[in-house]
Design a protein around this ligand. Structure first.
Ligand SMILES: [Zn+2]
Length: 242
């Protein structure tokens, strides 16, 4: 039923971990005030809110229209947002409104204009920057029409008990495959050029989100920890054929 519809299921991976140091980028476990003259004033975590600093390593989406997985990174982020804003699919995510989409916008908005630019080149760069901000605004408005499974769970049952609303926990409760590794590992693996593992992890999250979405579309209840079963409202789909 869903095949060939204008629906995408998306998930992104961050470049840095929320607990990496915002000054020097080292993990919390490393020494920060070293005697070798690196100038970290002391460990302070980046945190989940600073999305521009978390940045993007890789993002993936499954497209029901062509039945394929597609990837994007910082270099293809702008083209990806342009595609979404133009095509206006139903964008499905798990926590995308609060996290993934907000991170994609933050990364694009914080693209820096090089300081050495002057004259016409600076003007052009400023125009490009303005166009990127307009694109981000259009994408933000579009995100409000997306289907975020976690946001739907909170609408039905706002209980935020620790660890019961993560994608991993929800998948475990519903007999779907769980993550092969801890999410915080992905940025570290990426920095070590262990790209294949991060890509595999990213795809896994997209496919798990897709499986949950298909349960919801089949009017199945979603089980959550502590025994609650939630029947989430289905998004309205635009049928192109009838
Ligand atoms: Zn530090």
């Amino acid at each position: 039923m869903l095949e060939s519809q204008n629906i995408l299921v998306l998930d992104v991976e961050t470049l840095a971990s929320a607990d990496d140091c915002r000054h020097c980028g080292k993990p919390s476990s490393a020494r920060h005030r070293s005697t070798q003259g690196d100038n970290c004033p002391g460990y302070e975590p980046i945190g989940w809110e600073n999305k521009a600093a978390l940045s993007l390593s890789i993002g993936c989406y499954y497209d029901y229209q062509d039945g394929q997985l597609h990837w994007f990174d910082r270099y293809t982020l702008e083209a990806t947002l342009r595609l979404f804003v133009t095509r206006q699919p139903l964008l499905v995510s798990y926590n995308g409104i609060a996290f993934d989409f907000a991170l994609m916008r933050a990364v694009l908005r914080h693209a820096k204009i090089p300081e050495e630019l002057t004259g016409d080149v600076l003007h052009q760069a400023t125009d490009i920057k303005k166009a990127l901000c307009q694109l981000c605004d259009a994408f933000k408005a579009f995100c409000a029409t997306s289907y975020d499974i976690l946001a739907e769970i909170y609408k039905v049952s706002p209980y935020k008990g620790k660890g019961i609303n993560t994608l991993d926990a929800i998948c475990r409760e519903n007999g779907l495959s769980t993550k092969e590794m801890d999410g915080g590992m992905a940025p570290r693996l990426w920095r070590q050029n262990r790209i294949a593992e991060v890509v595999g992890y990213n795809v896994g999250d997209v496919l798990r989100t897709k499986a949950l979405f298909e349960m919801i579309m089949a009017r199945k209840t979603i089980r959550r920890g502590y025994g609650s079963a939630l029947l989430l409202p289905r998004p309205a789909l635009t049928h192109q054929e009838d």
